[in-house]
Design a protein around this ligand. Structure first.
Ligand code: HEC
Ligand code: HEC
Ligand code: HEC
Length: 135
């Protein structure tokens, strides 16, 4: 269990709606997650899976990425059924591709945020396809 994660979540929820007492149970935050579109219905992934490390992203509010937490009080996988599970469309809100690569919603999207940082000359967040989709 990562204490810092629990604290950040509680603080975030306090700000959002004062429901912290109901959320006193702790959250198990995985150090890293292997992300793959393998589970998406009727779709064969074209790219290699992506390793996401929480450690590189701890300065970002949990809800920036886990944006449904204030409604559901649970952390779901991004590509869960009914979420970003549309592998055909590249622009809609449920589009799998859009969620991770859009340069419009830059605080949430992996590539969007990384590109912003690069533009500002900050840090070394990866932008090349193969630096995230490592073979
Ligand atoms: C930069 C984006 C980002 C931030 C910030 C972030 N996470 Fe995550 N988190 C992810 C991604 C991506 C996954 C993997 C989701 C998936 O499997 O589709 C994940 C997975 C998780 C999971 C496991 C969910 C599951 O599928 O079982 C938990 C719990 C979690 N994060 C908690 C936290 C907490 C608590 C914080 C704040 C301290 C936090 N995260 C901050 C992106 C983020
Ligand atoms: C709001 C900004 C933001 C978002 C959103 C974001 N990142 Fe990052 N990412 C960063 C920063 C900052 C770093 C650290 C750069 C450095 O080390 O200089 C980073 C580093 C990384 C790295 C290289 C270091 C490591 O941990 O392996 C990978 C890979 C990565 N991010 C993947 C992702 C993925 C996948 C997502 C989406 C699920 C994502 N990021 C979303 C800001 C972001
Ligand atoms: C900052 C990290 C990051 C970068 C850079 C990145 N992607 Fe992704 N991409 C992801 C994540 C996370 C997913 C969802 C997990 C998965 O399916 O691998 C994804 C999914 C995909 C998918 C849908 C799933 C599949 O395998 O068919 C395609 C296609 C894709 N990316 C293509 C690209 C291409 C082409 C580039 C370079 C122009 C690129 N990505 C750059 C993070 C990234």
């Amino acid at each position: 269990m990562k204490r810092i994660g629990t604290l950040a979540l509680l603080v975030g929820l306090l700000i959002l709606g004062g429901v912290a007492t109901a959320m006193a149970a702790s959250v198990e935050m995985p150090e890293s997650v292997l992300m793959s579109a393998k589970g998406v219905k009727d779709y064969t992934p074209k790219k290699a899976e992506v390793t996401f490390n929480h450690a590189s992203h701890m300065h970002i509010a949990c809800q920036d990425c886990h944006h449904t937490v204030p409604q559901t009080y649970t952390f779901q996988s991004c590509m869960s059924e009914g979420c970003h599970d549309n592998a055909k469309d590249r622009t809609t809100a449920n589009s799998l591709y859009n969620a991770f690569h859009t340069t419009k919603d830059t605080s949430k999207s992996c590539v969007g945020c990384h590109r912003d940082l690069k533009k500002q000359g900050q840090g070394d967040a990866p932008l090349a396809c193969n630096s995230c989709h490592v073979k």
